[in-house]
Design a protein around this ligand. Structure first.
Ligand code: G16
Length: 547
């Protein structure tokens, strides 16, 4: 029987900072690392209850702030199949993080037990890990104190990528089932994905070296271990921005978020024409590719390009396997480039739906499809095989060697993909597989369609909570009147599109714009950002580069 007797005493060691309000946002709590100890301690308590509410299955806790600045940190809970925490529990997380006293922390735990009908005699189990941030060890200690207070059975995975922790949780919870996901260890991860990759590419022409920008984060050591496990010329890599020791380097002037937002290579990287490049973010859950053409012009292959590449490949394999009733679909967010959406609908003729930002939203939409590819433009995403699709693959009776080959490749692809969450390393192997099988350069991949020029800006405001949206975050309902201003600006530019939404991971409002030309796009983006700044309490410098 779990007792809350020790909770108040342990909680007193991690006082909540005064005047700070915490919110479980797009991907858990994210804010200055130095303010987070109480929140991480309390997240441990909730993870224990969540485990008991799931009959003692393992819940994951990841300490990371992913793409954010190094001084930030964060914590999120991972549900038993490696997916993001069920949304109905996010409110509990926010409530307990903001409890004003140790007694209130206990009171909230008791009320959750009652509301969820939790059997507290069940042994809770939690697996946890952290990224390379300097505040990580202290926050880990706070987490461990919370787990100790509730006598949780723990597995500490140390410093790993966020998607690895998601994978471990899924493996731990399926270990003794009829469909074990894999061995819940780093070497099990490398073995599973590495072997699937080799099964798919062996016998094809070998690719040139892939230059990987690891954002000076945990992806650097982990991708090297993956390469050691693969030990094949099919995966020849050169890892850059791999300094996880020097303070102040994580995600700075490098990494997937920098490359996508600035639409240029990491600082200090000169791209050789024909070379192959990609960037992870700080915890390796996002990936984007890029290259320079023969004129030295930079070209970005972002999450939209990855999803169209993957969806096309899966669609063709399903057809070659003779499984015409298996429908491949694509899930995007409002950030998807308009050209990619048109390409999916009009050229690929695949169903596509829009979800709110945050992989948790895309994941749920993709679960409804037979085979659902979901990617955010920022490079975060994966592919899900619905159980009915898996059944159809199992029942398939190939009548030709070509059909048998396609079915075998679909099985191998399923082993190659981290279905629990978007994963830079697994996604990279997936992209590499498709490029190797097609014998494509990055430029050939890029040729499918041309992106509309786009721009993503951040505006810092006094209170981003006044921003409310609807229509998959494409329309503002608050502050009053601001959407009308955005609409009027958009109407001035051919193929113009713009929207404004509050970030769930940073203290800022995001402004996205696209239009037919680079100049129009930038004018639109800065005009909308200026309107946000003027009408909704902008702080600091007004965004006005082009006005
Ligand atoms: C997280 C989420 C992503 C989301 C991104 C930005 O990424 O996992 O789904 O797109 O934040 O969210 P927002 O615009 O709300 O700040 P990461 O890589 O930081 O975990």
């Amino acid at each position: 029987m779990t007792s809350f007797a020790k909770v108040a005493e342990h909680s007193a060691r991690h006082p909540k900072p005064e005047g700070v309000t915490f919110e479980y946002g797009t991907a858990g709590f994210r804010t200055l690392g130095e303010t987070l100890a109480s929140t991480v301690f309390r997240s441990a308590l909730l993870a224990a209850l969540r485990s008991q509410s799931k009959q003692g299955r393992v819940i994951g806790v990841m300490i990371t702030a992913s793409h954010n600045h190094e001084r930030d940190n964060g914590v999120k809970l991972v549900d038993p199949m490696g997916e993001m925490l069920q949304q109905s529990w996010e409110g509990y997380c926010t409530d307990i993080a903001n409890a004003d006293s140790d007694a209130q922390v206990v009171h909230i735990l008791e009320s959750i037990v009652k509301a969820e009908g939790i059997d507290t005699s069940i042994q809770p189990k939690v697996a946890y890990a952290r990224d390379t941030r300097p505040s990580g060890p202290l926050l880990q200690a706070a987490l461990e104190d919370g787990l100790t207070a509730l006598e949780v059975e723990v597995t500490n995975y140390g410093v790993v990528t966020t998607p690895q922790l998601h994978y471990f949780v899924r493996c731990l919870n399926t270990e003794h089932s009829s469909a074990p996901y894999g061995d819940p260890t780093e070497s099990g991860y490398n073995e599973k994905y590495g072997q699937a990759f080799l099964r798919l590419v062996e016998g094809k022409p070998q690719p040139s070296t892939l230059h990987i920008d690891a954002a000076n984060g945990v992806g650097a050591p982990q991708v090297r271990k993956l390469a050691d496990a693969i030990a094949s010329p099919y995966f020849s890599i050169d890892v850059r921005n791999s300094d996880t020791e020097t303070l102040g380097k994580l995600n700075i002037d490098c990494g997937a978020d920098y490359v996508k937002s600035n639409q240029r290579p990491p600082a200090g990287t000169s791209l050789a024409p024909g070379g192959r490049y990609c960037s992870f973010d700080g915890d390796a859950d996002r990936i984007v590719y890029y290259y320079a053409d023969e004129h030295g012009i930079f070209h970005l292959l972002d999450g939209d390009k990855i999803s169209t590449l993957v969806a096309t490949y899966l669609r063709d394999l399903v057809a070659a396997a003779g499984l015409s009733d298996l429908q491949v679909g694509v899930v995007q967010t409002a950030y998807a480039n308009g050209s990619s959406t048109s390409y999916i609908k009009d050229t690929l003729r695949l169903p596509t739906v829009f979800a709110k930002t945050g992989v948790k939203h895309l994941h749920h939409e993709a679960e409804r499809m037979s085979i659902g590819a979901y990617f955010e433009a920022n490079g975060h995403g994966t592919v899900l095989f619905n159980p009915s699709a898996v059944d159809k693959l199992q029942e398939a009776k190939p009548t030709t060697p070509a059909q048998a080959d396609a079915i075998g490749r679909l099985w191998a692809l399923r082993d190659l993909i981290n279905e629990s969450v978007g994963d830079a390393m697994s996604d990279m192997l997936l992209v590499e597989t498709i490029l190797i099988c097609k014998g494509w350069t990055l430029a050939q991949w890029d040729a499918a369609y041309t992106d509309l020029p786009s721009r993503l800006l951040k505006v810092v405001v006094n209170d981003r909570n006044i921003f409310k949206t609807t229509n998959a975050e494409q329309t503002l309902t608050s502050p009053p009147g601001l959407q009308d201003v955005v609409d009027a600006l958009v109407a001035k530019f051919p193929k113009g599109r713009s929207f404004v939404r509050p970030s769930g991971t940073e203290d800022a409002v995001r402004v996205y714009a696209e239009a037919a030309t680079r100049s129009d796009c930038d004018q639109l983006a800065y005009a909308v950002a200026g309107a946000v700044f003027d009408k909704a309490g902008g702080r600091g410098e007004r965004p006005a580069e082009f006005l």
